[in-house]
Design a protein around this ligand. Structure first.
Ligand code: SF4
Length: 190
């Protein structure tokens, strides 16, 4: 910054284009408007004025998967619903991200039955797991902050090494997150 120092008025801010892109992408995650069970009530509560998640993170519910880049799987994923979740995920725009919210989405929760998928990572790849039954809105906040770090990392690799390297990095992160959760990597989710 030595050359630029004291060359502008005090109200001029200098930064890198990378930083601006990272900031814009991580601060405008638009999430798909759908919920599967009781966890969705906490997700909705997080969006309401008391917690105000949308306003703080620049997040919006979108009713179309084509306009969304974040899926928050909030609730029990039944076997009947799983293909619908996968279709919605496939229709979302890239780069897309997934937060698994609550024990049911993470590992099937209390429903160890033939009708319930024992973890949504068997259906779609997951970037962040938020534990709890249900997780409180603050926990979802933390999940979003973790996801923002991943978005920044993805963007950085994308700009420096290209699309393929960024996607590989994201895949590695997903595997590491799954392993940290004690989840085997589900081939069906890839
Ligand atoms: S984790 Fe608990 S609160 Fe969330 S959907 Fe399952 S049973 Fe409901």
């Amino acid at each position: 910054m030595g050359v630029m120092e004291n060359r502008f008025e005090e109200n001029v801010l200098t930064t890198s284009v990378d930083w601006v892109f990272n900031w814009a992408r991580r601060s405008s995650l638009w999430w798909l408007q759908f919920g599967l069970a009781c966890c969705a009530i906490e997700m909705i509560a997080a969006m309401q004025p008391r917690f105000d998640m949308g306003e703080r993170f620049g997040m919006l519910f979108r009713a179309s998967p084509r306009q969304a880049d974040l899926m928050i799987v909030a609730g029990t994923v039944t076997r009947k619903m799983a293909p619908v979740v996968r279709t919605l995920y496939d229709q979302m725009s890239e780069p897309k991200w997934v937060i698994s919210m609550g024990s049911c989405a993470n590992i099937g929760g209390p429903f160890d039955t033939y009708a319930v998928v024992q973890g949504v990572d068997q259906v779609i790849p997951v970037d962040v797991y938020v534990p709890g039954c249900p997780p409180v809105p603050e926990a979802l906040y933390y999940g979003v902050l973790e996801l923002q770090n991943k978005v920044i990392k993805y963007d950085r690799v994308l700009r420096k090494e290209g699309q393929e390297a960024a996607d590989a990095q994201r895949e590695e992160d997903r595997i590491a997150t799954g392993e940290a959760m004690g989840r085997p990597v589900a081939a069906a989710a890839r």
